[in-house]
Design a binder for this molecule. Structure first.
Ligand code: AMP
Ligand code: MG
Length: 520
């Protein structure tokens, strides 16, 4: 049996909802008690061995019937006290009121052997008071995507919530994937997500919007004491608040710069999906840039305004932070510290962008002209339809003495576009080669630097879709292979060329690959 110890601070220290029945309602508290709803035939499809070990689960624990029962929502470990938390959010730029954990259930806050803390949260384990009439369930396709992508992000070195387990429920879930009157029954699943904290910007926005300043103050105090303990000693309450907000801004800036480095598009950057710890949170209709296009959004719900397009992520994150600042303003009579936090975002993002530029191009440091060089390249990749991941990966193979397009052949989607871009790309390569030659970094270090910043394997939507198709047919082999490859995204792996290929033609328009909806 597990020896995990729990210290459920959120539940212990913040006011709870006195109502114990589960039905949709407005909750004037921080959380509601709610048990996961058992499922008929749970089956463990995948788990993260590394994360299981970090939580103190031995391989025989994972193989035991209680493990799958707990992470399907059919049983609780001693010390678990399940709750759903209450939050609000701005969705697509508009205040949406109370949202909350509609299908996420926090099982408990585990205390690790090294003193670290991890919240264990089931997603898809049944309705909560925040389900707003929905079923509280999740389909296998979206659960598999969240499981694989959050683990892949971790191995890419991008801050993220993690995933411990993916359990098939044996139950059907009905979804209308494109909200067009074609509902179908799909296999259901439950993911156990793990993070030091699942607090979102929206947790602070909701009490602020309701004028519930005591709760807002309590949430901030808990967050600082529990999740930012290094700030807990700072002088006055107001100074602490300013330091904390500035750190949230800095972490968010670094997070977004990392998304831009690897080509990740979140797809639904509403404030309720923004982690206060600066983690990638809530994997839904996300996507990976394949042919480089800064205007691309994978989310069909966002297709019209494309608010959450790849290239806008830095400014959307800033807007979201401004909403958080507004929520905190009642606790901070002098607006200067909040403005300073927002300024910190801009400064931190600019610094992170330079660092990313130097790493991706293999330079010892980023000069102003290098940013322009990178910007020029991005336009060329867009105009001539080159794959972002494959292009940057191949850049390390360029010979600065004699640069040619030869290393990039696999990156082009359309021979005609490649031919049209030949001269401009060649020009760019010449400028790049000249810059590299003048850089003090020795070739071996340059190449190592680039290979550590430009992944070869990312969870492209069509790779996820292949794993989903096979898993829905009862075969988890493709899922296992994909997970294994993505554990070492920066290392070329023999026999794994398929996972580094550009998007095949069949995936260009296939739902789940080219476009995704929020229906999950
Ligand atoms: P999302 O768009 O996934 O960030 O979700 C927005 C809100 O809808 C959150 O409050 C979710 O908990 C809730 N939600 C989404 N899907 C479901 C579902 N199937 N059942 C209950 N609540 C849901
Ligand atoms: Mg969400």
């Amino acid at each position: 049996m597990s020896r995990l110890r729990f210290d459920n601070q959120f539940r212990r220290l913040l006011p709870g909802d006195p109502e114990l029945r589960v039905f949709p309602r407005q909750v004037q508290a921080a959380w509601s008690a709610v048990d996961p709803e058992p499922v008929v035939a749970p089956r463990l499809l995948a788990h993260s061995e590394e994360l299981a070990a970090a939580l103190g689960f031995a391989p025989e624990d994972v193989a035991a019937p209680w493990f799958v029962a707990v992470f399907a929502g059919n049983a609780l470990l001693p010390g678990m006290q399940p709750i759903a938390t209450c939050y609000g959010g701005h969705q697509f730029g508009r205040w949406a009121g109370q949202l909350g954990d509609g299908r996420a259930i926090l099982l408990g806050e585990a205390v690790l052997a090294d003193g670290g803390r991890r919240e264990l949260q089931l997603k898809g384990a049944g309705p909560t008071p925040y389900a707003r009439g929905a079923d509280g369930r999740a389909v296998l396709r979206s659960s598999l995507r969240e499981f694989v992508c959050s683990e892949a992000m971790h191995h890419l070195g991008v801050p993220t919530t993690r995933a411990l387990s993916l359990v098939a429920t044996g139950e059907a879930v009905v979804r209308d994937m494109f909200y067009d009157g074609h509902p179908r029954a799909e296999p259901g699943a439950v993911v156990c997500r793990v993070a030091p904290s699942f607090l979102r910007f929206g947790h602070f926005e909701l009490p602020a919007m309701r004028g519930d300043l005591p709760l807002l103050r309590q949430l901030v105090a808990l967050c600082i004491a529990r999740d930012f303990p290094h700030l807990a000693m700072a002088g006055s309450e107001e100074a602490r608040l300013g330091d904390w907000f500035a750190e949230v801004c800095a972490r968010t800036a670094r997070l977004v710069a990392e998304w831009m480095r690897v080509g990740f598009v979140h797809g639904v950057l509403n404030t309720d999906n923004m982690s206060i710890l600066g983690l990638t949170l809530d994997y839904g209709p996300f996507g990976w840039i394949e042919p480089y296009d800064p205007d691309w959004t994978p989310n069909t719900t966002d297709a019209h305004g494309r608010r959450y397009r790849f290239g806008w992520q830095p400014r959307v994150a800033y807007w979201n932070l401004a909403m958080l600042a507004q929520a905190l303003a009642p606790l901070c009579p002098d607006p200067a510290p909040l403005q300073a936090g927002l300024d910190r975002y801009a400064a931190e993002y600019a610094a992170a962008e330079r660092a990313v530029c130097a790493r991706k191009l293999g330079l010892s440091a980023c000069e102003d002209a290098d940013l322009a060089l990178l910007r020029r390249l991005r336009l060329l990749l867009r105009d001539f339809e080159a794959d972002m991941t494959l292009w940057f990966r191949a850049l390390a193979e360029v010979d600065p003495q004699a640069p040619t397009l030869a290393p990039f052949e696999a990156a082009f989607y359309d021979p005609a576009r490649r031919a049209a871009g030949e001269a401009a790309l060649q020009d760019w390569l010449a400028a790049y080669a000249a810059r590299v030659q003048r850089d003090p970094l020795p070739a071996a270090q340059r190449i190592a630097r680039m290979q550590a910043a430009n992944p070869l394997y990312v969870p492209r939507n069509w790779l996820l879709q292949e794993a989903i198709d096979r898993a829905e047919a009862g075969d988890t082999g493709a899922l296992r292979d994909l997970l294994q490859v993505l554990q070492r995204p920066y290392q070329e792996q023999p026999g794994r060329a398929h996972y580094a290929a550009r998007r095949p033609d069949w995936a260009r328009t296939r739902p789940g690959c080219a476009m995704l909806s929020c229906s999950s």
